[in-house]
Design a protein around this ligand. Structure first.
Ligand SMILES: CC(=O)SCCNC(=O)CCNC(=O)[C@H](O)C(C)(C)COP(=O)(O)OP(=O)(O)OC[C@H]1O[C@@H](n2cnc3c(N)ncnc32)[C@H](O)[C@@H]1OP(=O)(O)O
Ligand SMILES: O=C([O-])CC(=O)C(=O)O
Length: 378
């Protein structure tokens, strides 16, 4: 086959690059399985800690295994002084994703065994990252608001402690549960762009922290994780304080005329709706009831239905997550770091899988630059 006959799949769309046992995204059945379990069942019954164990180990934990993991995780929650100092070097105007990316990189620099790529070593680092990220996100969220650090507590589960460190109080169970559901749904999604980034970095035999740092960078973009923040900008542009009464549809018409991408809609793999949306939408509805904010749901529904009518494009997980995090009280820029906190589990599960059966990831390209030419006088 000559070079020019080779098919280019822009954006690797439709290209299968490897196998994975971590999760299965099936657009035909609109389903998502983590290690074989439907994500909806996990979201309905499991803690985020148990789901994380499942993604790393392949099986749900026994009570004893879960207790051991929780002990290890709770022991590593405190914000290390070096990480705090590194965060404080950055201005409070730095985007929280830049802060998390930097903090993850610093964590790697502090680990004397950062290059340990053994299964035990990478598992230990996965748990370390899992435990450390909430304090990083919460501290940065508070310092941007001129508030002090709230120390981690070891008598709370992961979701409650995260909310405690962010807000200085543990909210109502409805809120905690919606947060837990979002973490479970965000934890893993096969070869999405950030996970693929982590696998590419790992494939060179780089270290876990480098792979996660790169993955955070990939997640930041609006076509991927950054969309949950962007959804709230859309809601704010339309106005969230009163029922939309046609304003969302009118906003959409203008945006589509201007050829804007509507954040929180569309997906590379799902073409008939994202399997996770109904579960997250239900959590959003519970929050709307809890906070008595029906106008937020009305806006959600009007924009969704207008997008369906005009483009037949359905929401992805970022669409219900954005307003859910807003109602919980997180600032808009902190939404994608929350996605990081959850997805670090998927990333590290894939990093470990990549290492277990590694091949350097290095695709080809078709050259379309100038023909060979020569430097005058050479
Ligand atoms: C958790 C996650 O990361 S989920 C993804 C989060 N990202 C977003 O919500 C960003 C908005 N969505 C998008 O940009 C896209 O739907 C993507 C990037 C997610 C997937 O895109 P792709 O698979 O590359 O499809 P592509 O962008 O080529 O879209 C196909 C067609 O649908 C249109 N389309 C897709 N999504 C949207 C959207 N959100 N708004 C407007 N039009 C859209 C495209 O303009 C394109 O139309 P055309 O064929 O007339 O040019
Ligand atoms: O799978 C994708 O391309 C994006 C996505 O939904 C995710 O990473 O959760």
């Amino acid at each position: 086959m000559s070079e020019s006959d080779q098919e280019i799949r822009k954006g690797l769309a439709g290209v299968v690059v490897d196998t994975t046992a971590v999760s299965k995204v099936n657009p035909e059945t609109n389903s998502l399985l983590y290690r074989g379990y439907p994500v909806q069942e996990l979201a309905a019954t499991q803690s985020f800690e148990a789901v994380s164990w499942l993604l790393w180990h392949g099986e749900l934990p026994t009570d004893e295994e879960l207790a051991g993991f929780e002990r290890a995780e709770r022991a590593q929650r405190a914000l290390a002084p070096e990480i705090r100092a590194a965060i404080d070097l950055l201005p409070t105007t730095a985007h929280p994703m830049d802060v998390v990316r930097t903090a993850v990189s610093v964590l790697g620099g502090l680990d004397p065994d950062a290059d340990d790529r053994t299964p035990d070593g990478t598992l230990e680092k996965s748990v370390r990252l899992f435990a450390a990220i909430p304090a990083i996100v919460a501290y940065d969220e508070r310092r941007r608001q001129g508030k002090d650090l709230v120390e981690a507590r070891d008598d709370l589960d992961y979701a409650r402690n995260f909310l405690w460190m962010t807000f200085g109080e543990v909210p109502d169970d409805v809120v905690v549960d919606a947060f837990r559901v979002s973490l479970v749904l965000y934890a893993e999604h096969s070869f999405n762009a950030s996970t693929f980034t982590a696998r590419v970095i790992t494939s060179t035999l780089s270290d876990v922290y480098s792979a996660v740092t790169g993955a955070v960078g990939a997640l930041k973009g609006q076509l991927h994780g950054g969309a949950n923040e962007a959804v709230l900008h859309t809601f704010a542009e339309i106005g969230m304080d009163e029922a939309p009464n046609g304003r969302a549809a009118a906003w959409l018409d203008t945006a589509l005329t201007e050829k804007r991408k509507i954040m929180g809609f569309g997906h590379r793999v799902y073409k008939n709706g994202d399997s996770r949306v109904p579960t997250m939408r239900d959590a959003l509805v519970r929050l709307v009831d809890h906070y008595d904010r029906p106008e937020v749901l009305a806006l959600y529904e009007e924009l969704e239905s207008a997008m369906g009518e005009r483009k037949n494009i359905k929401p992805n997980l970022d669409y219900p997550s954005g307003p859910a995090y807003h109602l919980m009280g997180f600032s808009t820029e902190a939404f994608t770091p929350l996605f990081v906190a959850a997805r670090v589990v998927g990333w590290t599960a894939h990093i470990r899988e990549q290492l277990a059966s590694n091949a350097l990831i290095r695709p080809l390209s078709l050259y379309d630059g100038p023909d060979e030419r020569h430097v005058p006088g050479a």
